[in-house]
Design a protein around this ligand. Structure first.
Ligand SMILES: C[S@@+](CC[C@H](N)C(=O)[O-])C[C@H]1O[C@@H](n2cnc3c(N)ncnc32)[C@H](O)[C@@H]1O
Length: 323
């Protein structure tokens, strides 16, 4: 059975202009039906559409904002802000110390949705005042709501509608939460390849850990805490679509010039506790300082492929530098 999320099917953009394109409800229902997903097809069949059978874009946007608002509970429950800050803090410290950033330090949240992560980082101030916090999403309705929420709290962060990898100003660090499983196969490779840009020192992408327990945990959480059937459907699907560590490390190797690593890979983590964990990429010269900054416990949970790590060590000893 092909695993599909309804929220991926109900919005379409022109790949060149990024203009919103009309979506036929019948096409969405047909795709879910062909995938053997009868409950998904039923939910899609209930979405509002016009006489020509096109989904009402305003109703779709309202629904997606509502679902993402519920989804924020998951980020709060999993203490996502704290967990990312625990890694981003040391990472930015070593980037600052190495003078690796061209211009101001900029953290870009790829596919920020309602911007929970960026708003959390801005509200806590934990990364320091010299860090420009930017959330980027293709979806205009989500970006508008993220801006509204940030403005209501007077938070020092900003949101941009568009492609996170096509910003005028380079990201020092790309981050994301719950985005990776939306990309499959060569699209996942391309997601990482796009990060090998001028100025990028690192990436840190959190997504659902592909454990046997993940779909069960997601089902229980979404039953207990989410009301919207679309959100419940997609939440459980997300867990079923989660990439395993090997897939992520292989794809992350497409980010040229950045060493791919998993934090809390399977085998080094408790599947009852590890719900989300990041794949990380760093410039080779930052790896050794990052391990030192994290300290022995967290550093031991940061694991790369033996060959990639050995190459970094060889290069460092040949150059006499840190690695
Ligand atoms: C499931 S949402 C994740 C929302 C959010 N990160 C959260 O945790 O609630 C995935 C989002 O990624 C966005 N997206 C994917 N690739 C992107 C890119 N290159 N630039 C901007 N947005 C992107 C999509 O528009 C979609 O809204």
């Amino acid at each position: 059975m092909q695993l599909l999320e309804i929220s991926d099917l109900v919005v379409d953009h022109d790949p060149g202009t990024r203009e919103r394109l009309p979506v036929r409800r019948g096409d969405v229902v047909a795709r879910l039906t062909a995938a053997g997903d009868r409950s998904g097809a039923r939910i899609a069949a209930g979405l509002a559409c016009d006489d020509a059978g096109h989904l009402d874009p305003l109703a779709v946007d309202r629904r997606l904002v509502a679902v993402h608002t519920e989804l924020q509970r998951l980020s709060e429950e999993l203490r996502l802000g704290d967990r990312i800050a625990e890694l981003l803090g040391p990472l930015l410290a070593v980037i600052r110390a190495a003078g690796s950033a061209d211009g101001p330090l900029r953290v870009v949240d790829v596919g920020c949705g309602l911007g929970y992560l960026v708003r959390w980082l801005a509200a806590s101030g934990v990364l320091g005042p010299d860090v420009d916090l930017v959330g980027v999403d293709f979806n205009a309705a989500l970006v508008r709501e993220a801006e509204r929420l940030a403005r209501a709290e007077g938070l020092p962060c900003r949101f941009v509608r568009g492609d996170a990898f096509a910003l005028d100003e380079p990201a020092t660090v790309y981050v994301s939460t719950g985005v990776l499983h939306h990309f499959r196969g060569s699209d996942l490779d391309a997601f990482f390849a796009a990060q090998a840009t001028r100025g990028t020192a690192a990436f840190c992408h959190f997504d659902i850990a592909a454990t046997g327990l993940a779909p069960i945990g997601a089902w229980v959480f979404h039953r207990a805490r989410m009301r919207d059937p679309l959100g419940r459907h997609d939440g459980v699907m997300s867990a079923r679509r989660a990439h395993d560590d090997d897939t992520l490390l292989t794809a992350a190797a497409h980010a040229d010039g950045l060493v791919p690593l998993m934090y809390e890979p399977r085998g080094r983590s408790n599947p009852f506790c590890t719900t989300l964990r990041p794949v990380i990429g760093v410039r080779p010269e930052l790896l050794s300082p990052l391990r030192a900054a994290l300290g022995p416990g967290p550093s031991g949970r940061l694991v790369g492929r033996a060959d990639a790590e050995a190459a970094v060590r060889r290069e460092a000893s040949a150059g006499g530098g840190a690695g």
